[in-house]
Design a protein around this ligand. Structure first.
Ligand SMILES: Nc1ncnc2c1ncn2[C@@H]1O[C@H](COP(=O)(O)OP(=O)(O)OP(=O)(O)O)[C@@H](O)[C@H]1O
Ligand SMILES: [Mg+2]
Length: 251
């Protein structure tokens, strides 16, 4: 197999918040590489700093120290596909309006951007719901809009912050299958955050296990199980048990 290039490299990324009455050390020397077109999972307990780390990669927040290197240059504002922990859709805009937003802000003409948006709406299985507004959609459908919107930004890097965390178990399983199908059809570099060991193993090419706060990379797991994976497969369960044994509490 060809050696994949490192698409994003984090070197000793640390983040401390200096509040009036206390300091909160959240990230401590996070060093990791994300390879091109890889599905990398960041697995960590609640409050360990996963969202802060994604926000730093997206340049929505500044690291206290350390650096982030993008092999193809730092994506410009709006050029990074981000799926937020809470859907973060525009509630008054339709599905089409939400998905085409990024291209609209870039000044792409209506016919071109809507054709592109339609492609991704179809990809996530929401055809027929173009004119619906978010409150008319289920949680899983809203999350699909978020994913279509991130894909429609045409960024080759996608950051996903616990996108399925709020879904019921059944919807979550089917969304996990969907995201793998979409990624296999349309490869991007994905950094996917979760606190769920099974989800991490089901999805990831590689898992970086994060420690609880201050968070650092505790261990790396290369998941070389064939896809589609099975939650009940023996090798899957063995890896699951190994990861759980190395995991900090609260996961
Ligand atoms: N702007 C801020 N000022 C001060 N502290 C902050 C700020 N943003 C985040 N934190 C703190 O950083 C820590 C990590 O927060 P973060 O949201 O990244 O956790 P998380 O791993 O995403 O948790 P969850 O699994 O619940 O989503 C928390 O203790 C939080 O209080
Ligand atoms: Mg979070």
């Amino acid at each position: 197999m060809a050696v994949l290039k490192n698409k994003i490299s984090l070197k000793n990324v640390s983040k401390t918040y200096y509040l009036k009455d206390r300091t909160v050390e959240v990230l401590k020397d996070i060093t990791l590489d994300v390879k091109e077109n890889e599905f990398l999972v960041l697995l960590g307990p609640g409050q360990c700093g996963k969202t802060v780390l994604l926000n730093i990669i997206a340049d929505l927040e500044k690291a206290t120290s350390g650096e982030i290197i993008f092999a193809d240059g730092r994506p410009k504002m709006g050029d990074l596909g981000m799926v937020f922990q809470k859907y973060a859709l525009f509630p008054w805009k339709t599905v089409m309006g939400n998905v085409e937003m990024n291209q609209k802000l870039k000044g792409v003409d209506k016919a071109t951007r809507q054709a592109k948006a339609q492609e991704y709406i179809n990809l996530v299985g929401l055809q027929g719901f173009e004119k619906a507004i978010p409150k008319q959609l289920s949680g899983g459908m809203k999350q699909r809009v978020g994913i279509a919107r991130a894909y429609a930004s045409e960024s080759d890097i996608m950051l996903m912050d616990e996108p399925f965390g709020a879904l019921d178990a059944q919807t979550r399983y089917s969304m996990e299958d969907e995201i793998i199908k979409i990624w296999e059809k349309n490869k991007r570099t994905i950094v996917f955050v979760t606190n769920n060991v099974e989800e991490a193993l089901y999805l990831g090419d590689r898992i970086m296990l994060l420690a609880s706060r201050p968070s650092y990379v505790k261990k790396e797991y290369i998941v070389d199980l064939p896809r589609p994976r099975s939650y009940t497969d023996k090798a899957f369960l063995e890896m699951r048990n190994e990861i759980v044994a190395n995991t900090d509490l609260d996961i």
